[in-house]
Design a protein around this ligand. Sequence first.
Ligand code: L3W
Ligand code: SF4
Length: 426
Amino acid sequence: MTPVLTRTWDEPESWTLETYRRHDGYRALATALAMPPDDVIAAVKAAGLRGRGGAGFPTGVKWGYIPQGDGKPHYLVVNADESEPGTCKDVPLMMACPHELIEGVVIAAYAIRARQAFIYVRGEVAPVLRRLHAAVAEAAAAGYLGEDILGSGFSLDVVVHAGAGAYICGEETALLDSLEGRRGQPRLRPPFPATAGLYACPTVVNNVETIASVPAILREGAAWFRSMGTEKSPGFTLYSLSGHVARPGQYEAPLGTTLRDLLTRAGGVRDGHRLKFWTPGGSSTPILTAEHLDIPLDYEGVAAAGSMLGTKALQIFDETTCVVRAVLRWSEFYAHESCGKCTPCREGTFWLTRILEELERGTAGVDDLDKLLDVCDSVAGRSFCALGDAATSPIVSSVAHFRDEYLAHLRLGACPFPPERSALFA
Ligand code: L3W
Ligand code: SF4
């Protein structure tokens, strides 16, 4: 039961091999290497682990798409390019316990018959790069990486790669282009990476938390994993709480936990303030309100409430926050990070930001709220990758929940929330 991923985090020097070994570290690797690779895939399928990077795709199913006997090299790529606004789970995980990830990498690579793995990390997070480099060297020296791992005959090389810091490189195909040395821009899918990924070879791309969840499944079994969470969203996960919350941070819990429970653990909304709105999975997921405090935070529960679980990045905003200002900040982010490949997103995110600026200042015209939604219609579902949809999610959902607040800006000719009252955005 939980804590699993965070079980070593409070130990002094939690990142060392010695600490990890004291907490069952690399026991799952020995178990996995004694099994045929297909049985490892079957175990992950049976556990029902779903991708923790945002989409929730079943991990074992994805591994099962890798063709066998095709004569091509296979690659495992870990997406450690965490940059979704509000998402702050993979960096702490890699800092606190890099060996959990590395053990998962070796098991996953063995299962898909890859001899080369990459961990693609945001270049700006130099401490993570240093920690991963040190942990990879430590694991190799102990015989967990390199040639003939634990005498199994299986060999694996792991490269820690520093990206250049573009949000779009978290999109799996843009990440692969970047890894190949090109400008990171999304590729057309299909073919999916499982068929033609890195250097046009079969490739599994998985998020850090997904891979770090694998050793526990091999150690404790699929039934144990399924004893947590819900039938369709089994297991444990990391929820990140940020914003107007007394004790922000990472909270590990079974999937299906409610925001009310997590807020209780996190000391509640700051200074006795009231919850106004929140994101379930970063700014790419439609915002929710205080009405949704008791929805189960699993893939199905959040979808039923009209949003997405995404990366489980719960950004909390209290009643002092201007929702238009918050949405404008996110819109600026998407306009800046749009890679420019397709017209609806490249032009649309620019115009959405311009209109939101006018709305927030109270200088917009009466038609501008409709114009804002019209531009959203031209971007969502018409862009080349998910960034276009993501850019419109907070806008459309905020108008649905807080239309009166948008109209109040127009009536007043100014923002009703003085900047000094909105601590996050002052
Ligand atoms: C083979 C098929 N593979 C799907 C694979 C696909 C991918 C995975 C999920 O976006 C979401 C996005 C963001 N054969 C396959 C197949 N696959 N069908 O399954 O694919 P997909 O298209 O459902 O999603 P995605 O493109 O991976 C991810 C949302 O996450 N998000 C963003 C998070 C940002 C970060 C970050 O900061 N780095 O994680 C937050 O909610 O909007 O909807 O592997 O290849 N037939
Ligand atoms: Fe690039 Fe945006 Fe088009 Fe995605 S939707 S390809 S980020 S311009």
